[in-house]
Design a protein around this ligand. Sequence first.
Ligand code: MG
Length: 374
Amino acid sequence: MSELDQTITAMDLWCLALPVVSRRDHGIGSVEGACEVVVLRLTAEGGTQGFGEASPWSVFTGTPEASFAALDRYLRPLVLGRRLVERAAIMDEARYAVAHCTEAKAALETALLDLTGRATGVPVHALLGGKCRDAIPLSCSIANPDFSSDIRLLEQLAADGVGIVKLKAGFREHAFDQMRLEHLAQHHPSLDVRVDFNQGLSIEEAPDRVRRVAGFGPTFIEQPVRAHHFALMAQLRAAVDVPLLADESVFGPEDMTRAAAEGICDGVSIKIMKAGGLNRAQTTARIAAAHGLSAYGGDMFEAGLAHLAGTQMIAATPEITLGCEFYQAKYYLTEDILEEPFPIHDGQVVVPDSPGLGGRPDVDKLDHYAKVRA
Ligand code: MG
């Protein structure tokens, strides 16, 4: 019997509240105290286990409650008793078994890939087409409403060799964004600076605010207005010379197709939590590239397990050229859930080559931080 003929015999879930080191403001929403993620463990009949993480944010993709319920009630029946070789069929059924809940579907595919990789002895990037890079440049977000704390973070990032930062803007007046951009230009002139409004600007203020931020020449400006304002995104793109990135406007391949047709962006933030899985994230990046648009490796408020899934996906997706933002496990969570630290070296995420995701959560930590289990 092939390793791929093993059936999946168990699914376990933890909904975690992971303490964070500070408040962070991101355009239309903030995170304070803890971020909540759902961890999924699948066990095959031979005893091999695979893990996946759903990392929602209520103002963006959805809620931890919905992720937990999607996995526990609607996706569990699609998985138990199925063989590893049926991964694509399971994911296709999952897509239509419950609407939305893209983070839950990303967690499911992550766990299926981790399990398959461990059962067959290959890394997840090999299951996604093979590896195109060994490391991914890391971006860390500057999002603390208390900028003096971010000044200390910037010094730490410089010492760690991190060369990219993303300024989270649009949650206060322009003067605050201007002051921070001036600080970056003066004290960290070699940094690659990007600006993300996270939908934070109103229709009325967006043209002026975007134009003024564009004057600082960031590498790109991300999602200044609400996700559904496609026409306004296209107008803003035409009005400034700085590339405009779509994030909340583009979840998966279907949105990407429309975004390209309507000319709303020069690039897109690719996230497995938006796309509903690693394969759909790759497809989204490929549609962008086919239309001459660039792609960036975005993430949600994640723990290291989701970072590993994103890393494996980007490692196998040459179209994602603008780096990644898998910084939370190292720079934002009080304690990550992985057994070994998420691999960052000299400002780059290092792609693991060991079987599966290349790392696994510490089950004692899952039990410790669990709010709900099933
Ligand atoms: Mg964004």
